[in-house]
Design a protein around this ligand. Structure first.
Ligand SMILES: [Zn+2]
Length: 234
C-alpha cells in the first residue's frame, strides 16, 4: 500500500517520460481492449500535436511534482482549439482513425496507419501586426484540406473562439478547395482581403490561388491578420 502511495505521489513518473523509461506501460499487463493505445512506442502522446504535447510536458514532467507549474484550464482549451486547425484527413479509407494531427513535417503521414499524405498540402501561418510595419507569428497554424473553412477567429485577433461568439461570428467567411489542380481560397465574406504578394484586392465572390510563399492580408481592420502560405509535400 505504501508502494502504491509512493508511486502515485512523490515517486510518480510520467509513463511516457522522454528519458526515464522505468514507468512505461507493460503490455502483458494491459487488457486486450486497451493495447492499441497502450503501446506508446507505436502511438506516443506526441500524436496529439505540438500545442498539446507542450501542455502534457508541463503537466506530467515539469508540473508533476510542482502543481503550480501545470497548465491552466484556459491553456488546455486554447491548445485543443488550435489543434483542431491542424487536423488532416487520412486518405486510407480503411484507416481506424480517419483524421490525424499534422506533425509539422515536410512529408506528412498518418501516425495511425502510416499512409503518406497525397498531393501538395498548404500550411497557413497566422501573423499579427505588432507595430505599423512589424508582423509577428502567432504560433497558430491552419492546415488546409478540401472544403476546409476559414472563420472570423482566424481573420481577426480581436475575435476569440469561445462560447461568447455571436451567431454571425460562427458563419464561415470563406473556404479552401482544390480547383483544377490548384489550391484556392474562395472569399465569401471578407470585405478587405488583399493578396499582398501580387498587391491585388480579392473581392467577395472571387478566389485567390494558394502559392508557396504568398502572403494574404485577411482584413484591413484593427486586429486583422496576415497569413503566410507554405506548400508542403511538393
Ligand atoms: Zn490513417
Amino acid at each position: 500500500e505504501r508502494d502504491d502511495l509512493l508511486s502515485m505521489g512523490e515517486r510518480a513518473l510520467f509513463i511516457e517520460h522522454p528519458t526515464d523509461l522505468s514507468n512505461r506501460p507493460k503490455l502483458n499487463q494491459i487488457s486486450k481492449w486497451d493495447t492499441y493505445w497502450a503501446d506508446v512506442n507505436k502511438i506516443p502522446y506526441t500524436v496529439t500535436g505540438p500545442y498539446l504535447k507542450a501542455l502534457f510536458d508541463k503537466a506530467f514532467i515539469d508540473g508533476l511534482h510542482h502543481p503550480m507549474q501545470r497548465p491552466t484550464a484556459e491553456e488546455w482549451e486554447t491548445a485543443l482549439l488550435k489543434t483542431t486547425d491542424l487536423m488532416q484527413q487520412c486518405s486510407n479509407i480503411y484507416c481506424d482513425q480517419k483524421w490525424y494531427v499534422f506533425d509539422n513535417t515536410s512529408i506528412p503521414k498518418c501516425p495511425f496507419c502510416g499512409t503518406s499524405h497525397k498531393g501538395t498540402l498548404p500550411i497557413l501561418d497566422l501573423y499579427y501586426q505588432f507595430q505599423p510595419s512589424v508582423w509577428k507569428p502567432e504560433n497558430h497554424r491552419l492546415m488546409v484540406y478540401n472544403n476546409q473553412y476559414l472563420f472570423q477567429w482566424h481573420v481577426n485577433r480581436n475575435i476569440i473562439r469561445n462560447e461568447k461568439l455571436t451567431a454571425e461570428q460562427k458563419i464561415p467567411v470563406g473556404y479552401f478547395t482544390f480547383h483544377e489542380t490548384k489550391w484556392v481560397f474562395v472569399n465569401q465574406k471578407l470585405t478587405s482581403l488583399v493578396d499582398k504578394t501580387e498587391e491585388k484586392e480579392i473581392p467577395i465572390g472571387s478566389m485567390v490561388e494558394l502559392t508557396d510563399g504568398k502572403k494574404l492580408l485577411l482584413s484591413k481592420e484593427d486586429g486583422g491578420r496576415v497569413i503566410l502560405i507554405t506548400l508542403a509535400n511538393k
